[in-house]
Design a protein around this ligand. Structure first.
Ligand code: ADP
Length: 272
């Protein structure tokens, strides 16, 4: 805990008394510490690809100048590193945008089954037509409508489905299931629930509460190899909060992971 002590004389001379004020500034200190950690993390994440790029530029200007095969190989690696920086900057912008807008609740009526179809269609060219199995079940009716912002909701499901494809192993398809609940016990309102489930190695229980922290990764090397920025789930959490919803993560190690997004239905969401 951190305290700030301030003292001021009560009258023109210190004899009449001194007012001493003891203030608990722990939350302020913690917020400052989080900001410092974040800046340090961003700098580290940017410096890694930047250092690689600078090294390759040196090599291309020197030893590899006349070696066409080496040049082509190095340019490929440079393009990958530049892509990594680009994704990182894109995710940082998304995160700052959603944090900035968090208090302002989105008001468009969005049908979640449409958002899920769009996410699958977007990912299909790279992942394959059968990589994602959609079960829209009970959500085909009117009531899978939430108050939201379509782009942000698409980003939530793109991130979750991409993660399930990346970390879930390619053997069995990712299952995306939409269902409706009359009363979500935590939100205390009718809600739409979307489960994104994979059948990969899953996640050990002690990692689960930390997954939505910025730059938290279970396996940093693997995340980097797969092109991850470590920000995807932080973005998901903030968008879901902005939509008055909640994110639940469950996993049975060895049998896969399930990320559930639960958002109040449009009729149920309190207007801000
Ligand atoms: P990244 O860019 O590293 O994928 P995310 O914020 O999206 O960052 O995810 C954080 C970490 O959570 C990942 O690095 C990975 O270790 C873990 N993770 C996310 N989704 C899954 C999943 N479906 N199965 C196993 N681990 C996962």
């Amino acid at each position: 805990q951190r305290f700030r002590v301030t003292a001021a004389p009560l009258g023109p001379d210190a004899v009449s008394g001194i007012l001493v004020c003891l203030e608990d500034i722990t939350p302020l200190y913690e917020a400052g510490q989080m900001r410092r950690d974040f800046v340090a993390n961003v700098s580290h994440e940017l410096r890694t690809p930047l250092t690689a790029l600078m090294g390759f530029i040196d090599t291309l200007q020197g030893p590899a100048r006349d070696d066409a095969a080496a040049r082509a190989r190095f340019l490929g690696v440079m393009a990958r590193e530049a892509g990594r920086m680009n994704r990182l900057v894109g995710d940082l912008l998304s995160l700052s945008r959603v944090e900035f807008s968090e208090r302002q609740k989105p008001e468009d009526r969005i049908k979640l089954s449409d958002v899920l179809r769009a996410s699958r269609a977007m990912l299909a060219p790279e992942a394959g037509q059968d990589a994602v199995h959609l079960d829209l079940g009970a959500g085909e009716g009117q009531s899978d409508i939430v108050l939201g912002e379509a782009d942000q909701l698409r980003q939530v499901f793109n991130n979750l489905i991409e993660n399930a494809l990346k970390y879930g192993g390619a053997e069995s398809p990712v299952e995306v299931r939409l269902s409706l609940t009359d009363q979500d016990p935590y939100l205390r309102s009718p809600a739409v629930r979307v489960d994104v489930r994979d059948h990969g190695p899953g996640i050990a229980a002690h990692h689960i509460p930390r997954l939505t922290e910025r730059f938290y990764r279970v396996d940093e090397h693997r995340s980097r190899e797969l092109g991850g920025t470590g920000l995807g789930l932080a973005i998901v959490k903030h968008i879901v909060q902005r939509h008055r919803g909640r994110l639940a993560i469950t996993s049975e190690p060895g049998a896969g992971a399930c990320f559930s997004v639960i958002i109040p239905t449009a009729g149920a969401a309190p207007r801000s």
